[in-house]
Design a protein around this ligand. Structure first.
Ligand SMILES: NC(=O)c1ccc[n+]([C@@H]2O[C@H](COP(=O)([O-])OP(=O)(O)OC[C@H]3O[C@@H](n4cnc5c(N)ncnc54)[C@H](O)[C@@H]3O)[C@@H](O)[C@H]2O)c1
Length: 285
């Protein structure tokens, strides 16, 4: 077993969006490594069910009701994690939400919700956790969950795409900075395509301050919603397999985690379009 996984064993994992989907599977695999778990989610009841289901002990577990879109709650998450366990060896900035509609049908509050949950949460976590991880001086790994949407530009998901592209470049920047100071903190960015979780039902987690969810009223936006719901449920890789890919990447100290290799041709096409100054290929909607 590679050194980096050995270093995770018995260490502490902080995982946001840990009550369901990919975050839950990351938590299960961290648990298998005998890590202490700091599980954060906006849905606390679901976290309690996870604790029961996995037989997690008080001594090795901290459950926190955290809305990652609030900077103060990320600060609280960091304080509580260090208070209980003293160090963090794995930080998974994973919580995320999605929205499907035409670009000009996103409201200001739609943009604020998506950007705060998907992007600013990661920026805040970096601001609070990285100085402490540097201070602890032991090897650690940060995994930011972006998406294939952070490498492509599929129609009907403007705010989601923008937030995930930003997470990719934020992660690349962080990686370079941490490498250039020879720190012991590694970084990876996770970019899956469709995975059967509840991401297509993300409006269930929309905090009141971002306004109530409005169903789209135009046929194109409804079609985008429908497409996402079907694509997510038909996703060929399970959340368990995605989590396995994450731990393999941590072991190999691999930055880009792109579990669905079939999207490579689309990524290549986009990069070629940019380099050759070709107009973007119009995707089927
Ligand atoms: N499922 C996919 O097809 C897919 C593909 C690419 C990327 N992703 C990304 O994977 C990550 C995990 O999503 P998932 O697919 O497991 O979805 P999911 O909806 O099943 O799980 C997301 C979890 O995040 C929590 N959450 C939502 N808003 C929150 C908030 N404000 N504060 C704290 N927790 C919050 C939810 O309660 C839920 O437990 C997201 O960042 C998503 O964008 C998912």
């Amino acid at each position: 077993m590679n050194q980096s996984i050995t270093q995770l064993q018995n260490g502490t994992a902080v995982i946001t969006g840990a009550a369901n989907g990919i975050g839950l599977e990351l938590a299960k695999q961290a648990h298998q490594l005998n890590m202490n778990l700091v599980l954060a989610d906006i849905n606390f009841d679901q976290l309690l069910r996870v604790k029961e289901e996995l037989h997690l002990t008080e001594a090795k577990t901290l459950l926190l009701k955290i809305d990652v879109s609030e900077e103060t709650e990320i600060a609280h998450l960091c304080i509580k994690a260090y208070e209980k366990f003293g160090s963090v060896e794995l930080l998974c900035n994973n919580a995320g939400v999605s929205l499907n509609r035409l670009s000009w049908k996103h409201s200001h509050q739609d943009w604020e919700w998506l950007m705060n949950v998907n992007l600013f949460s990661v920026a805040h976590a970096i601001r609070y956790f990285v100085p402490r991880m540097l201070e602890q001086g032991t090897p650690a790994h940060i995994v930011n969950t972006a998406s294939a949407a952070g490498l492509l530009s599929t129609s009907g998901m403007a705010a989601y795409n923008a937030s995930k592209h930003a997470v990719v470049t934020l992660s690349e920047t962080l990686y370079q900075e941490l490498q250039s100071i020879q720190s012991k903190i590694d970084v990876s960015v996770l970019c899956p395509a469709w995975v059967p979780t509840q991401i297509h039902l993300a409006q269930r987690n929309r905090p009141d301050r971002f306004g109530t969810h409005q169903d789209p009223s135009d046929s194109m936006s409804l079609k985008f919603e429908d497409r996402m719901s079907h694509a997510v449920q038909a996703g060929k890789m399970t959340a368990t397999e995605i989590a396995t890919e994450v731990f393999k990447a941590v072991e190999k100290q691999q930055f880009y985690i792109i579990p669905h290799r079939k999207i490579n041709s689309l990524i290549e096409q986009r990069l070629q379009d940019i380099v050759l100054l070709r107009n973007p290929k119009v995707s089927e909607s």
